[in-house]
Design a binder for this molecule. Sequence first.
Ligand SMILES: Cc1cc2nc3c(=O)[nH]c(=O)nc-3n(C[C@H](O)[C@H](O)[C@H](O)COP(=O)(O)O)c2cc1C
Length: 205
Amino acid sequence: MTLDRLAFRAVLGRFASGVTVVSTVHDGLDHAMTASAFSSVSLDPPLVAVFVNRRNRFHGAVVASRQWAVSILAESGQDAASWFASPGRSETDQFGRVDHVRGDVTGAPLVRQAIGWLECETWAEYDGGDHLILVGRVVSARVLPDDTDIGTEGWDRPLLYYRSHYAALLRSSADERSQVALRAAIIEDGAYDEGQRGPGAHERG
Ligand SMILES: Cc1cc2nc3c(=O)[nH]c(=O)nc-3n(C[C@H](O)[C@H](O)[C@H](O)COP(=O)(O)O)c2cc1C
């Protein structure tokens, strides 16, 4: 039986996720792309994975540099998510308009409008069809302070992605820490459709 590709894409799009920016420095240039196909892999050793379309410019840069960072975006990072997903943006000054700091270990740019940051060294690369499965050993991890109240404006509010839309968590109230993920609200169309590029592991529909 042949696979219904539309259904395939539609199912993948129904996997709600966070949104990251993965970044690296290669040949003195900053490279970054928006990625929702990010996963934890192992606690010991500490490993994570991102899935990189081989056609993306970021692919060549990160394969060469073998050092990269992951910024887990906050709601306020939505503009950065859109920017690092826009095709044809200049390669020479990708972070010119994005507030960032440098990772202590890798020197990769970390997006400030994020709620957690990882720096990684490439641990393994696997064939993932039209994507590269890039596994990184985490060499540095930073998160917002644990005691930051989840209701505090601007703090600890992850950017979400579902069916090509950016979304935000709706919380019941500031003090209900145990009921964080109650509901999500669509905030904007993310306009991410790789239909022109063929199917991918992280496709949304
Ligand atoms: C919400 C969202 C999630 C994305 N996730 C991924 C992903 O996980 N892997 C990927 O290769 N591309 C992903 N993309 C697409 C890339 O961000 C996009 O193709 C980008 O322009 C690549 O930039 P580059 O060619 O400069 O590397 C995503 C786009 C959006 C909007």
